[in-house]
Design a protein around this ligand. Sequence first.
Ligand SMILES: [Zn+2]
Length: 108
Amino acid sequence: MTPLLPTPNHYLYNLITMTSPEAKRVWRKAIKEHFGSTCVYCGNYYELQDLTLDHVHPKCKGGATITKNLVSCCTKCNHQKGSSNWLDWMRKTFGITSRESLILSHIK
Ligand SMILES: [Zn+2]
């Protein structure tokens, strides 16, 4: 299990990786592993390589590319959510689920 650190650079600072592209790769993998290789929105399990990372607070609205703003999600949910408010979209799509608290505790 890869440790979950705040940004790719932290993997360099901690000498977990030696190059920037490798740090980004390890970081992305650590986030997906953190969520048990599931999509946080629909809750389904996927192979790591089939998951994407979603900016909970959309990048186009100023959301940062840091661990606290990134969750693993399937391509379908990522596409459907787009730049919507994650909670509004999630409730409209799935109703109220226990996965909300998973996301809330990750982004706080
Ligand atoms: Zn999904």
